[in-house]
Design a protein around this ligand. Structure first.
Ligand code: ZN
Ligand code: ZN
Length: 223
């Protein structure tokens, strides 16, 4: 399964858990919050774990994910709702509930991994979650620059880049026949032809790089 499909599947699952598990007054907030992290595999695992097994019978929406510490690809995260906060371990594959923040932790070995021999020492260092940075969503599916010619979002590709979209036919500009047709030539041989091509391209309006052009961007239409 493609990464983008996997991510989409988790987003759908989390949406369903929210519909059934979160009280109506907080449901929209929960869905909005999910949107913010919809491309972040790790946050999605965390949300799926949280909403599929809501601690006790609280029906609350997540309002904040705090980044407490990180070791290799394992994240120690705080998860807050309006009235509670919890401690989790998460990777892009899985999230584990450790306990309610500030209380006894079921598996203190998890904290030892981050250099805290016991729960007490950990909570002395982190008495409240709000002092920790917010966990920022990572966009794993949208590249901020062209993967081939490195043009930034909004900038023009290098001429000849296979990712560039043709402004005449919306096809792949390096493959479609538009450049020959517009110049009235069979092949592009000399610099003069290339210069003319650049000129008529500018006149027509070149299409700058957007994340949607990135071959790994989830589109659902092609492939
Ligand atoms: Zn490019
Ligand atoms: Zn074309």
């Amino acid at each position: 399964m493609e990464l983008s499909e996997k991510i989409e599947k988790i987003v759908n699952e989390v949406e369903i858990f929210i519909q059934y598990g979160v009280q109506e007054s907080e449901r929209q907030d929960a869905l909005d919050f999910l949107q913010r992290y919809k491309d972040d595999a790790l946050a999605l695992q965390l949300m799926r774990t949280f909403y599929s097994s809501l601690p006790e019978t609280h029906e609350e929406a997540i309002t904040r994910i705090s980044l407490i510490q990180k070791k290799d690809d394992i994240f120690l995260l705080g998860l807050s709702t309006a009235r509670h906060s919890y401690l989790y371990l998460a990777t892009e594959q899985k999230a584990l509930f450790l306990g309610e923040f500030g209380y006894e932790i079921v598996e203190p070995e998890a904290l030892a991994l981050f250099g805290y021999p016991d729960t007490k020492e950990f909570f002395e260092k982190y008495p409240v979650l709000i002092n920790c940075d917010e966990y920022e969503p990572v966009d794993v599916t949208g590249a901020m620059s062209c993967p081939v010619c490195s043009a930034a979002v909004g900038a023009y590709h290098l001429l000849g880049c296979p990712v560039e979209v043709c402004p005449w036919c919306d096809g792949q500009f390096s493959r479609c026949g538009c450049r020959f047709e517009k110049l009235g030539v069979e092949i592009l041989e000399d610099d003069e032809a290339l210069e003319r091509l650049e000129m008529i391209l500018q006149e027509k309006g070149r299409i700058p790089y957007t994340r949607e052009q990135c071959p790994s961007y989830p589109s659902g239409t092609d492939e």
